[in-house]
Design a protein around this ligand. Structure first.
Ligand SMILES: Nc1ncnc2c1ncn2[C@@H]1O[C@H](COP(=O)(O)OP(=O)(O)O)[C@@H](O)[C@H]1O
Ligand SMILES: [Mg+2]
Length: 281
């Protein structure tokens, strides 16, 4: 219970003062569609990028709020510009909060709490050692000593983290939010990179070049052939994009005109939207 209180206090601090969300329906829709897909067992990764203050955290807060009623496990990771060199910084924070470690806890209490949270995922004692070391908690004799070279230790810790995630996904879908990833320390970066977590849990961040490019051609009183196109994650996002010009045509559509928008990807039409108007008297 204490752990939950600490986690929710932390969440409250990080919930960017939730003033009513302005717009962002399309972005929210995309996140929810990806979440729905992830729940079917097909892991998804979404990258939100944009300059500071553009509303990335606000959008994740919105997602969390909209998912509040459904059962899921949240793993939240926060990177910090002051800790870009601190190994496993975002992971350490996540585990500390999940275990409910308080600053003034004795090392022994901290280990007890860590053991309690790790027991929930039936973590082995060998893996518990790795978690304790990651959190810089001294082994008070309860764990066997592990003699590992740094690279080996990192690899084993990665395995332990993946196993944890696998166990968690068996009981409910898992939502991982990684904030301010530009400040990830190199060790965590290795863990969460394609060669680490990504490939192992079967979801990788698509390279921009792997995402389809959509072209939005317009025929009407004005002809517009889109030669540049835009890279979007999927057809759903392209559909959202296609609806924008439909809202705008009211400004230049006159009776007796036809307006047509064709969305193409890889040389083939994906959607077509048509508006025709007639004067009937
Ligand atoms: N769509 C939005 N509607 C309402 N407030 C927003 C919206 N986007 C951002 N904000 C507010 O603007 C501020 C900066 O947003 P934030 O999500 O922290 O940006 P970022 O994480 O991209 O740096 C916050 O106070 C946030 O609540
Ligand atoms: Mg932010």
């Amino acid at each position: 219970m204490r752990a939950r209180a600490i986690e929710s206090r932390f969440e409250a601090l990080h919930a960017t003062d939730l003033t009513a969300l302005v717009g962002r329906e399309e972005e929210c829709g995309l996140l929810l569609r990806r979440w729905a897909k992830a729940k079917t067992g097909e892991g998804q990764v979404v990258l939100l990028s944009g300059e500071a203050g553009i509303g990335k955290s606000r959008l994740t807060a919105e997602l969390l709020q909209r998912l509040a009623a459904e059962p899921h496990t949240r793993l939240r990771y926060f990177c910090s510009p002051q800790h870009t060199d601190s190994a496993f910084y975002p992971v350490v924070g996540q585990v500390e909060r999940a275990a409910g470690l308080a600053h003034d806890d004795t090392p022994q209490t901290k280990l007890d709490k860590l053991d309690a949270v790790l027991a929930q995922t039936s973590t082995s004692i060998e893996d518990a050692v790795l978690f304790a070391e990651m959190l810089s908690l001294p082994n008070d004799g309860r764990y066997p000593a592990l003699e590992l070279a740094p690279q080996q230790r990192r690899q084993r810790t990665l395995e332990a983290l993946i196993l944890q995630l696998e166990v968690l996904t068996r009981s409910s879908p898992v939502l991982m939010i990684f904030e301010d990833a530009q400040w990830t320390d190199p060790t965590s970066l290795e863990v969460f990179s394609d060669s680490g977590y990504g490939d192992r849990v079967g979801c990788r961040l698509p390279e921009a070049s792997e995402m389809p490019k959509y072209f939005f051609h317009i025929e009407g009183s004005k002809l517009y052939r889109d030669e540049i196109g835009v890279t979007l994650p999927d057809d759903g996002a392209a559909w959202e994009e296609a609806r924008r010009p439909v809202r705008d045509i009211e400004h230049y559509l006159a009776p007796g005109e036809e307006w047509r928008l064709e969305v193409c990807a890889e040389g083939k039409p994906v959607f077509t939207l048509m508006v025709s108007s007639r004067r009937l008297r």
